[in-house]
Write a protein that binds this ligand. Structure first.
Ligand SMILES: NC(=O)c1ccc[n+]([C@@H]2O[C@H](COP(=O)([O-])OP(=O)(O)OC[C@H]3O[C@@H](n4cnc5c(N)ncnc54)[C@H](O)[C@@H]3O)[C@@H](O)[C@H]2O)c1
Length: 460
């Protein structure tokens, strides 16, 4: 274990008492109320079915505060945490980074140093405002001076930290995916409602929803350029991903959280951690959630103790007898392909990821529309939208749509792992899958990693 991390560090997943969403208890009372519950207690509430749909731009609760400096804290100072805070400090005026949390405080210190060089006085992080360990983030949430938190730690932690951040009155930027199992999905739906009730923003790291050519393509589809969508294909096929070997002295918990990509309770597998961008675009274009998922996949190249599969291929059925075929893989040496193609009665819309651009062809194959866009601009736009919405007193709350897309990935994974068809109803309302270990501590022993085997892995 890194010497900068307190050994007492512990992480206990907690839940929101859904009955508390209609009022704002004092901070200490909110803390007590969420410590009482467990995620399982919350599953029986049926709250999911009654929640409002999609993005919610809150009107009326928060006062507009155009002039006040907004103070930011980051939880998770790795690759994306560094990128996200850099984007926010670059695009926004009147913001200041004041706190950092990571498992390892030396990662906080490195990020502080890099950002200070780039952003000068916008970076004001005291030594005491760099927090280590699994639960160091709570000191950021408990700091009343901090307005906005960026949640860029591994996905498995996201549902609990999202809820705790909103309970603490923070505005949030949360990376994707926002959950890795149905229990986390239902927690996110409750947190969405809580954020709406309390007037705190939640913007998510589904940056393509802010990329101009994606917005242009969706506008074309909505205005009828390809007619009615009748089918589609989507891919997220890439070459591979990092693996962080176990260091001498690491407990199971430290090893798995550090090498989080390879453990499903932390990453959700590639379909959730990475390919969600494709699934989110499909869901956005289709305008609704799929009815069911049926698929397969396997593992050929992963390290022995990785739980990840190399590839998955899933057919999603959408209402109206419309099917979207989806494929993802991370296989060194195999082709890279990242696209969504939506086939309509009058034409096809091809959406290429990153900076590849979008185009529409008619049924004869003739191009009738095209547009380019910049992913770098989209990464910044999400942080501008977040801060602008807070300043305007209309905080964006878009957790639900990203929770839905996360569940699309989860149901695809459940179908492939089990070898059974998985319905939206089962995944969203009935499944009891809750992957997060109970009472996680730095020194915890965790079960031996196991990868799924269709026909043997149960659907729970
Ligand atoms: N939107 C995008 O295009 C995009 C791109 C890359 C990553 N991401 C997402 O960003 C998230 C982070 O990915 P990354 O590539 O930065 O991973 P990373 O491993 O580089 O960084 C994660 C950091 O979180 C820290 N961490 C782990 N548990 C923590 C805890 N309990 N409290 C505080 N810190 C903790 C780790 O020590 C690490 O520094 C993932 O959800 C990933 O899917 C999104």
């Amino acid at each position: 274990m890194n010497s900068t991390t307190p050994r007492s560090s512990a992480f206990t997943p907690t839940t929101l008492d859904p009955k508390s969403t209609d009022s704002t208890p004092p901070r200490s009372q909110a803390r007590e109320s969420h410590l009482r519950g467990s995620r399982r207690e919350f599953l029986g509430t049926g709250a999911a079915a009654s929640l409002a749909a999609g993005v919610f731009v809150h009107a009326g609760v928060s006062a507009a505060e155009p002039a006040r400096e907004l103070r930011l804290g980051v939880v998770g100072c790795g690759g994306r945490g560094s990128g996200a805070i850099n984007d926010s400090l670059t695009i926004n005026d009147g913001v200041k980074l004041v706190a950092l949390a990571d498992l390892y405080t030396d990662k906080c210190a490195r990020l502080r140093s890099t950002l200070a060089q780039a952003h000068g006085e916008k970076v004001a992080v005291d030594d005491q405002a760099m927090h280590g360990g699994l639960d160091g983030y709570r000191r950021i949430f408990d700091d009343p001076q901090i307005d906005v938190v960026l949640l860029t730690m591994p996905p498995g932690f996201r549902p609990t930290l999202l809820r705790e951040a909103v309970e603490a009155g923070k505005h949030v930027f949360a990376e994707k995916p926002v959950c890795v199992d149905p229990a986390g999905y239902r927690s996110c739906l409750a947190t969405h409602e809580l954020a709406v009730a309390r007037g705190t923003a939640i913007v998510t790291g589904t940056q393509y929803r802010r990329q101009v050519n994606y917005l242009g393509a969706i506008e074309q589809i909505r205005s009828g350029a390809i007619g009615e969508i009748i089918a589609g294909t989507g891919t997220y096929c890439s070459n591979g991903i990092w693996y962080r070997p176990r260091q001498e002295g690491m407990s199971d918990a430290e090893y798995q959280v550090n090498n989080w990509m390879h453990f499903i309770w932390l990453s959700g597998d590639q379909i959730g951690e990475q390919a969600i961008h494709t699934l989110d675009t499909i869901n956005w274009a289709m305008g609704e959630n799929p009815i069911s998922a049926f698929g397969s996949g396997g593992r050929f190249t992963r390290p022995a103790d990785s739980e990840m599969w190399d590839s998955m291929a899933v057919d999603y059925e959408y209402p109206g007898d419309r099917f979207v075929s989806f494929t993802c893989w991370q296989i060194p040496g195999a082709a890279t392909d990242l696209h969504v193609s939506l086939r309509g009665t009058k034409g096809t819309c091809h959406i290429g990821a990153i900076n590849a651009g979008c185009r529409i062809v008619d049924r004869s194959g003739r191009e009738i529309w095209q547009m380019k866009g910049s992913i770098a601009d989209a990464y910044k736009q999400e942080h501008k939208d977040l801060i602008d919405s807070i300043r305007a007193g209309n905080p964006i709350v878009e957790l639900r749509q990203t929770a839905d897309s996360s569940l699309v990935a989860i149901m695809g994974r459940m179908a492939a792992y089990s070898g059974k068809k998985v319905t939206w109803t089962f995944a969203s309302e009935e499944s009891q899958l809750d992957l997060f270990p109970k009472d996680l501590t730095w020194d915890a022993s965790l079960p031996q990693p196991q990868w799924a085997i269709p026909g043997k892995t149960p659907l729970v």
